[in-house]
Design a binder for this molecule. Structure first.
Ligand code: PBG
Length: 327
């Protein structure tokens, strides 16, 4: 009887052996927590399609950010829900806008201990729900929007942001923001570019979280990427890097592991991936029914995103995973 001379099972025998040879390690400091802050509410509001995630008041946001920092989380990314929306999305650059107010508070509490990031887009602030200004034909006007993104970047910078994260997928957005920041002497503010962002069906719960409905049942396929394209992502990333991006992101994560891997291979810059609201909601919903082991699946998914090549992961599981890895 011929015995196998190579036995891969030998190094799988005990937890200690498995840990020693693990190729991928998921740490609390790999995770960035997305946090929602809403203007004009008395207390935190639950989000039905994102169990365990809330719309914060500035006060509850401060507590949560402190708690996450104490658990070892190194970054948060803020999303604002304004009390009033308008056609231009002016809340995005209002110095008293909700994200600017929240940034200033977090900066005072935790500056240096926690990297403060902010989503930079207009969809949370526009009454039509698109990521930019609409032209006379009702289409998103790329270049008029860039000028508003520049204003939003300056407002976030003045409020104390460390990293701005443009997510609107306008052409030239990174360059416009870099030029505005540099022109104002804010060469210190970094840019995390949502470089390869797909028009995905997985953003539904997020739109509940920020109270966004796209007018007329519209969608974002006119500016976000077509999910059938992978090579196009490399062009998006290359352009964003030429325009001055410091980190680049692929979004969503699990359906785009091939894109994460391709970006990792081609570019020597920090790569982020966004495990988005729909990815979180699917795990939570199946776990709630007892069909899967939620925490185990969450760890499996986030580890897969790291294995594919992401350096950091934006995830609604950041808090729960940090708690689990501490316990
Ligand atoms: C746009 C933005 C979106 C998300 C992050 N930034 C929504 C969209 O593009 O429609 C989605 C995040 C998620 O689903 O968790 N400001």
């Amino acid at each position: 009887m011929p015995y196998p001379t190579t036995r891969l099972r030998r190094l799988r025998r005990t937890p200690a052996l498995r840990d020693l040879v693990a190729e991928t390690r998921l740490g609390v400091d790999d995770l960035i927590a997305p946090l929602f802050v809403r203007e004009g509410i008395d207390g935190p509001q639950p989000i039905a399609s994102l169990p365990g995630v809330v719309q914060h008041t500035v006060e509850s946001l401060r507590k949560e950010a402190r708690r996450l920092a104490d658990l070892g989380i190194r970054g948060v990314v803020l999303f604002g829900v304004p009390a009033r929306k308008d056609a231009e999305g002016s809340g995005a650059w209002d110095p008293d806008g909700i994200v600017q107010v929240a940034l200033a508070e977090l900066r005072a509490d935790l500056g240096g201990q926690l990297a403060l990031m902010a989503d930079l887009c207009l969809d949370e602030y526009t009454d039509h729900g698109h990521c930019g200004l609409l032209d006379a034909r009702g289409e998103v006007d790329n270049d008029a929007t860039l000028e508003r993104y520049a204003r939003a970047a300056l407002a976030q910078a003045a409020a104390g942001v460390d990293v701005v994260a443009p997510s609107g997928m306008m052409d030239g957005q990174v360059g416009a923001i870099r030029a505005a920041l540099d022109g104002a002497g804010r060469t210190d503010v970094a840019i995390l570019a949502y470089a390869a962002k797909y028009a995905s069906a997985l953003y539904g719960p997020f739109r509940d979280a920020v109270d966004v409905t796209i007018a007329g049942g519209g969608d974002r396929r006119g500016y976000q990427q077509d999910l059938r394209n992978a090579r196009e992502s490399l062009r998006e990333v290359a352009l964003d890097l030429e325009e001055g991006a410091d980190l680049v992101m692929v979004k969503p994560a699990l359906s785009y592991l091939d894109v994460i891997a391709a970006v990792r291979r081609r570019f020597d810059v920090p790569v982020a991936a966004y495990h988005v609201s729909g990815e979180y909601a699917m795990v939570m919903a199946a776990a709630e029914r007892g069909w899967i082991d939620g925490p185990a699946v969450a760890l499996e998914q986030l580890t897969a995103v790291k294995r594919a090549g992401a350096d950091v992961i934006l995830t609604y599981f950041a808090g729960p995973v940090a708690e689990a890895l501490h316990g």
